[in-house]
Design a protein around this ligand. Sequence first.
Ligand SMILES: [Zn+2]
Length: 750
Amino acid sequence: MDRALCIHGHFYQPPREDPWLGLILPEGSAAPSRHWNERICRESYAPMARARRLDGSGRIVELLNCYEWMSFNAGPTLLAWMARSAPDTYARLLEADRESVKRLGHGNALAQIYHHVIMPLASDLDKELEVAWAVDDFRARFGRDPEGMWLSETAVDTPTLEALAAAGIRFTILAPSQATAVSDDGENWQGVDAGSLDIRRPYKVLLPSGRPMAVFFYHGPLSQAVAFERLLADGEQFFRRLSGAAGEGLLSLATDGETYGHHFTFGEMALAYVLDQARSGRDGLTLTNYATFLETDPPKRFVRIREASAWSCAHGVERWRSDCGCTNGGHPGYNQKWRAPLREALDRLKSRLDAHFFAAGNPLFSDPRRALAAYGKVMAASMAPAAFEAAHFAPKLPEAARGTAWKLLSMQAWGLASFASCAWFFDEISRLEPVNGLTFALRAAELARATGMADPEPEVTDILAKARSNDPEMGSGRDIWENMVRPRRETPKTLVTQALLTLGLEERLPTGDGSAEARWPGVAVTVRLDDPEGGARPGTASLRYHLETATEDFAISFRQAATADPFDGCVTMVAAGGGAEEGVCFRDVGLPVNKRQALADAFARHAEDAFFAAMLAQAATARKLVTELQEAQNTLNLAPLWLHLWPGLLWHEVFALPLPAKREALLRLFLIEAGRNSPVKAALEARLAAETARRAAEPDPDCRNLARLVARTADLDLHPDWWAAQNALWERRPFAGSTAILAGALGFAV
Ligand SMILES: [Zn+2]
């Protein structure tokens, strides 16, 4: 194979889930998106799945799935969120891998270290788990075995490569600076550096185990240029740079996936241009992926890797444990001395969790280590909990012991999540990422206590006390733990409170003798309520955490808010097994700001839907009363009063049958004038776009009518983003007859 090209994208977001709710809570800095996953998905991951290729007049000729023509890895924690919250983009990733297998015989997708931990800093157990869980996650999603695995920050050492090889992984990708010497025969070595290393072929690494492992090295300067030199500003320029650098063998680039579209607006379009040029064979280039190249051009030479090195630290892997000087975050004066105690505290906690897991797990599992390694199958939902119990639990365990066993597994998963590399990456310990890491540690510590371990928090916070924030007001790591981490802890009291608040705000509280469920990805609360007795409603609440079998049950008495303030409600709870009665008024629970924001967001959606539906009904009546345009009339009588009906009037004007022409003329005049300065214009445009996309995705859409609707919207001076409708229509290729009419209306070249 000559002049082969492979562009690799690393797609990753730090784990952001609240470890109790399993939900990403609102992040203010991502507003108006709810959080960063949502925002980056909208700016980058989704556009890359349907990148617009345009003709000379700006009309769309193709929606290109970039993932189908590039190599990529996406972390399990990001994919789990995407599967739930961006299913269309997720489906395109899976489809891209399937299509590349069909075309090349090997898929574009690579696995990724499960929690994006820095592998050279992880224990042997943690290395094994991060790889095993990643493999199981990959198999469950992509339906095949992974051949390559992306190492977090390309952080590598020999034991890490051994862990990959032991799991059947055949190759990984490293930076050219991570090679120290090469050899033709494995005996005579020649020193190399990033400049002298021949990156056009993969190399074999000689592992002590004798297992095979190949390493690809990406093109450093070009990969850097994509990120920092505006290469994505011009697709043609980008292609010429690539073509100029390509030669006999493989040219590969490794880039952060977020570069395309998030860091660089419309970067996905430049990428799509390059991929299209390359797939058409311009300049003799061939698009390939690593596994395909490995098969046609297996490594003949050997390489020695730089032990404990990474692509984003010039000092080995110090960035994730010391004040090495590598940092970003925008505060040049800050120091990162806090990194060492943060690492020490979490290492100490994890080694205690490990000891506890094996001691407490010994009577519960047939083989605790095997059970823990296989837990990834349950997290990936490729193995049912009952099957896992049959395979790995000791026989005839009583229910309470089974509950403990599941908690121990969950404890280990949260302990590992606390090592996600982002906690150390930036410049300050009170940032979101370290606080998230510590919150996962808090959850792990709580599960440890619940399964009989002595409280690890005092020891952890003693170590954290040595970490100093750069912000004097934040104090030490211990202060951050007490002021920012511990307040996030959920208890049955806070969960039942949030369940009752959620059900009340969404008008789903059970009536009569019914029950209702407030469900988050991580926990579900089922509430049953009877008729009121003396102002309060007696009932029960039952909590169940995801991947746990046991429930926590309570008898409750709920006193609903007597005012419009939902926090005016109170509940008393008694655990089903007995115990003290706990009473709490919602306003005293002290939910942290992002949990209150989550309630506010859910209410805003619910209230806006309810408001829109009511207004739509009023507008339907109002529209029938619109009279004829009269001489010299330039707006509706009492126009200011009609303004609040504007969105509904416009909606009907688009979707309902037209009025008689003279009456229509008056309404149109008003709609255009009122829309000019309407503060709800963007929200209405979003609704119109979503409804059009929904209709276009129906099994047998009325495309002629939809085309009329699109034209009508423009006539009323509204310009929705037809992105989702275009995507839905693209699935109906080839365009002919009515689909061609709609395609033309939506901006396709037809
Ligand atoms: Zn460094």
